[in-house]
Design a protein around this ligand. Structure first.
Ligand code: AHG
Ligand code: MN
Ligand code: MN
Length: 335
C-alpha cells in the first residue's frame, strides 16, 4: 500500500529537503490549513448552522457582507493571532491591518486573505473558497500598512482552499504547486497531486460575458475570436465556463487548463478592475506561474505590480500561457 502523505509530513519534508520553509512558516501554513478546515465545517452545515444569509453590513469595498464572510474572517484571525508566527494580518473584510495583540509574541510574517471568495455562491451551494498570501515583514520596529505594500513576486507562500464537493487545499512555497484533499474521517489534508502543470494551450475561457458591452477593445477582440470558433482566426472551437467564484475558476484551470479574465471595464472606469491585487490576484497569479501558466493585467506581469494601497484592484488575465500571452499582446497592439 502506498503511504499517504499528510500536509504536516509534506511541510516537514519540504523544510528538510531544501530548507526553504523555515519553522515559523511551516507553523503558519499548518494554522491556515486548520482554519480552513473549520471554515469548511461551517460551510458544510449550510442552513443547519445559522451561517447563511446577509450580515447586513458593508465592507470597505462597499460590498454587502454575508454571515460566512465574517465567520471565515474571524476564524482566520483567531487561529493565527496567538502562535507567534505573525506580525499582522490583512483581509478583504477589514479596512485596516490587524496587528497581533501585544499579549502574544510577534513573528516575522504578514498574512493576507480573502476569507471567503465567491460569497454570491454561498446560498446556491456552489464552490467557494479561502485565498491567502504570505509576505515577510520588512526589517524594522513595529508593523504598518506600508509593510504590506510589496509586489506579488515577494510572496513566500500562497494558496487557497476550495470548499466544493471536496475540500481541497492548494499551496505553493515557490517550489511548484501541490494539492491536498481533506480526509474528513482523519481530519487531515492528504497530498493528492504534486507538481501541478497547466497545459500551454486551451480551448476553454472564463469571463463574465454579461459585461461584454463594457469591455475594452483588446478584450473584445480576444473573446470575439474565441467565439468565432473553427471558422475564425483561431481555427478551433472554444468552450466557456464561469463559476463566479475565482477560487473555483482557478481550481479548474490548475486541473485542466483554461484562461480566466476579469478585465477592467467601463462600468467604473476609475477602478483598475474588480478583483483585489493583494489577496486575490497575487496569490492566484503565483500559483498559476508555478504551474507553468501566466498572469498579467494586460500590460504587465501581475506579480511585478508595486501596490500603492492594501485594497488595490487590478485587471486580471491568467491561465494557460499561450492564451494569456495572446490576450496581453492584443493589449499591446491596441496601445
Ligand atoms: P468575493 O466574493 O470575495 O467578493 O469575490 C467575488 C469575485 C470573484 O470570486 C469572482 O470571480 C467575481 O467576483 C464574480 O464576479 P461577477 O459577480 O461579475 O460574476
Ligand atoms: Mn474574492
Ligand atoms: Mn471575499
Amino acid at each position: 500500500m502506498t503511504q499517504k502523505i499528510s500536509l504536516t509530513r509534506y511541510l516537514v519534508e519540504q523544510q528538510r529537503m531544501d530548507g526553504h520553509i523555515p519553522s515559523q512558516l511551516r507553523l503558519l501554513l499548518e494554522v491556515v490549513a486548520r482554519a480552513c478546515k473549520s471554515i469548511s465545517q461551517a460551510v458544510n452545515k449550510g442552513a443547519l448552522g445559522e451561517v447563511m444569509g446577509s450580515a447586513h453590513s458593508e465592507n470597505i469595498q462597499g460590498e454587502m457582507q454575508k454571515k460566512l464572510d465574517i465567520i471565515a474572517n474571524e476564524v482566520l484571525i483567531e487561529a493565527n493571532e496567538w502562535g507567534g508566527h505573525l506580525a499582522a494580518m490583512a483581509s478583504e473584510e477589514m479596512e485596516g491591518i490587524y496587528v497581533v495583540p501585544n499579549r502574544y509574541p510577534q513573528g516575522e510574517y504578514l498574512l493576507l486573505f480573502d476569507p471567503l471568495d465567491g460569497s454570491s455562491n454561498i446560498e446556491v451551494n456552489v464552490s467557494i473558497g479561502t485565498i491567502f498570501s504570505v509576505l515577510l515583514k520588512p526589517e524594522g520596529a513595529g508593523v504598518s500598512e506600508q509593510d504590506f505594500l510589496q509586489s506579488g513576486a515577494k510572496q513566500v507562500a500562497a494558496g487557497y482552499c476550495v470548499y466544493g464537493p471536496q475540500t481541497t487545499l492548494v499551496l505553493t512555497v515557490g517550489d511548484g504547486v501541490a494539492m491536498f484533499t481533506l480526509d474528513r474521517e482523519q481530519g487531515s489534508f492528504i497530498l493528492t497531486e504534486e507538481n501541478v502543470m497547466i497545459p500551454e494551450d486551451t480551448q476553454e475561457f472564463a469571463i463574465n460575458m454579461s459585461n461584454m458591452r463594457h469591455w475594452d477593445a483588446p478584450v473584445k477582440r480576444y473573446i470575439d475570436e474565441c467565439l468565432e470558433g473553427k471558422a475564425g482566426p483561431r481555427g478551433k472551437d472554444f468552450n466557456m465556463r464561469w463559476v463566479a467564484s475565482m477560487v473555483a475558476d482557478v481550481h479548474r484551470i490548475l486541473t485542466r487548463g483554461g484562461v480566466f479574465l476579469y478585465p477592467w471595464d467601463k462600468r467604473e472606469p476609475e477602478k483598475p478592475g474588480k478583483l483585489r491585487l493583494m489577496y486575490e490576484a497575487n496569490p492566484m497569479s503565483w500559483l498559476i506561474e508555478q504551474a507553468g501558466g501566466a498572469a498579467t493585467n494586460g500590460k504587465q506581469r501581475i506579480l511585478d505590480i508595486e501596490p500603492t494601497k492594501l485594497h488595490e484592484r487590478v485587471s486580471v488575465m491568467l491561465g494557460s500561457k499561450n492564451e494569456v500571452d495572446r490576450a496581453t499582446r492584443y493589449h499591446g497592439e491596441a496601445a
